[in-house]
Design a protein around this ligand. Structure first.
Ligand SMILES: C[S@@+](CC[C@H](N)C(=O)[O-])C[C@H]1O[C@@H](n2cnc3c(N)ncnc32)[C@H](O)[C@@H]1O
Length: 393
């Protein structure tokens, strides 16, 4: 157990104890005597009433566990909005759908910017798994943009014949992953078991057929790349299903995905032999995923080659792939910066700080990538005009 992390309150610890009991019950009553890692991660994050994203704990911002770009600066959502304008103008019933809307501030800032640009969508839909976050989003929207609150609706799937834009910031990294290890005897899968005194422990078992096929397909996709024995990493098994749902509903329009991640060749580098799984608690990153289940975020980087592959096999076009900095500059951040009045020192410093965090390579500028997918989209996309790295996927 990590001892250098801040101690949770007694109530939070009790909450985690209850989720742990549930996890332990599921392990001890399972046929195999274990939970596959993705199942453990799914419960730790999304178990109704107990999972990290399902409860009322503060996750986002200074007082929470991490800060995402929309909460860091309204500029992020503003330049996402600029990318959506041409697409919204090109369809008959323009709508926006945001996956996993967090605090709701991206919805607030996108709508505010679109209103100023005079091109509001017919509806702003939010697909949110957590009922607690839904309530927070509603409250923020009613408080900040009461005049546009009636445009916002919460949905449980991508509506059929959807036309417009689908956006998801840091959603793919929050999907449960399967973890694998290469051995002389084949591909193994990480699972969660219990010790004799009912504590969590991990073990490796022969990989399920699905995971084995996925790892083999990954090697093929990387030109017959052979992982060395001992190599460990992860794969998102829910990505193809998610992409299928997105593609099935999207009749015409754009999908913008923003997240930290790499192409498969960079993700599965020989040196990155422990994968990218990370836990976040009170702005500290560590790798002990058994630390107080339900109180901390668990996340993995995104394999954007897999995203592109899932999109193509569902009939979507891959329209662009670029680091966040180029995307934001391409959509007008550059011009805004040049037009800032340096004599308004306070504002100049505040905005410059935000721009630095969003765009510097050591910060979010390079680590975060933006991928555009689409159906029946034929206009140029300004966010990918400075640089487009689709050839690296
Ligand atoms: C790291 S938070 C990001 C929140 C927000 N987009 C932001 O940038 O601040 C991850 C979010 O993704 C959501 N999420 C994960 N998988 C999802 C899915 N399949 N459908 C919808 N939301 C999902 C979670 O519920 C959570 O709200």
């Amino acid at each position: 157990m990590k001892t250098d992390l801040p101690k949770p309150s007694p109530e939070a610890a009790e909450h985690s104890r209850q989720l742990s009991l549930l996890l332990k019950h599921n392990i001890s009553t399972s046929k195999e005597g274990y939970l596959a890692f993705d199942h453990f991660m799914d419960m730790a994050l999304y178990e109704p009433g107990f999972g990290y994203y399902s409860t009322g704990n503060i996750k986002f911002g200074e007082a929470g566990d991490f800060i995402t770009a929309p909460g860091l600066s309204p500029l992020f959502s503003r330049y996402i909005a600029h990318q959506l304008i041409a697409v919204l103008s090109s369809v008959e019933r323009p709508r926006i759908l945001e996956f996993g809307a967090g605090t709701g501030c991206m919805a607030v800032n996108i709508l505010t910017e679109l209103q100023q640009c005079g091109i509001l969508p017919e509806r702003y839909l939010i697909l949110e798994l957590s009922s607690e976050l839904k309530a927070r989003q509603k409250a923020l929207i009613n408080e900040k943009i009461p005049d546009m609150a009636s445009l916002v609706q919460w949905v449980s799937g991508v509506p059929p014949k959807f036309q417009g834009a689908i956006v998801a910031n840091e959603v793919l990294d929050a999907m449960p992953v399967s973890r694998f290890r290469i051995t002389e005897d084949g591909i193994q899968e990480q699972v969660v078991k219990l010790t004799d005194d009912a504590q969590f422990r991990t073990d490796f078992v022969p990989a399920s057929a699905n995971l084995k096929n996925s790892v083999e397909a990954l090697s093929l996709q990387m030109g017959g790349h052979v992982f060395a024995p001992g190599y460990q990493s992860e794969i998102n098994p829910r990505l193809p299903g998610w992409m299928h749902l997105v593609s099935r509903g999207l009749e015409k329009g754009l999908v913008l995905l923003v997240d930290y991640g790499y192409s498969a060749k960079e993700y599965y580098l020989a040196q990155r032999n422990k994968g990218t799984l990370m836990c976040h608690y009170r702005h500290r990153a560590h790798n002990d995923f058994f630390w107080y289940p339900g109180l901390q975020d668990i996340t993995a980087h995104v394999d954007f080659s897999a995203v592109a592959e899932a999109a193509s096999s569902n009939g979507l076009q891959v329209l662009g792939y670029t680091p966040q900095a180029f995307f934001l500059f391409g959509n007008g951040l550059q011009e805004m910066l040049e037009a800032l009045d340096p004599d308004d020192v306070q504002n100049f410093l505040k905005v410059s700080e935000q721009v630095k965090t969003l765009t510097l390579p050591g910060d979010m500028g390079e680590r975060f990538k933006v991928m555009a997918l689409g159906r029946d989209v034929d206009m140029p996309l300004s966010g990918f005009e400075m640089r487009d790295f689709r050839d690296r996927l």
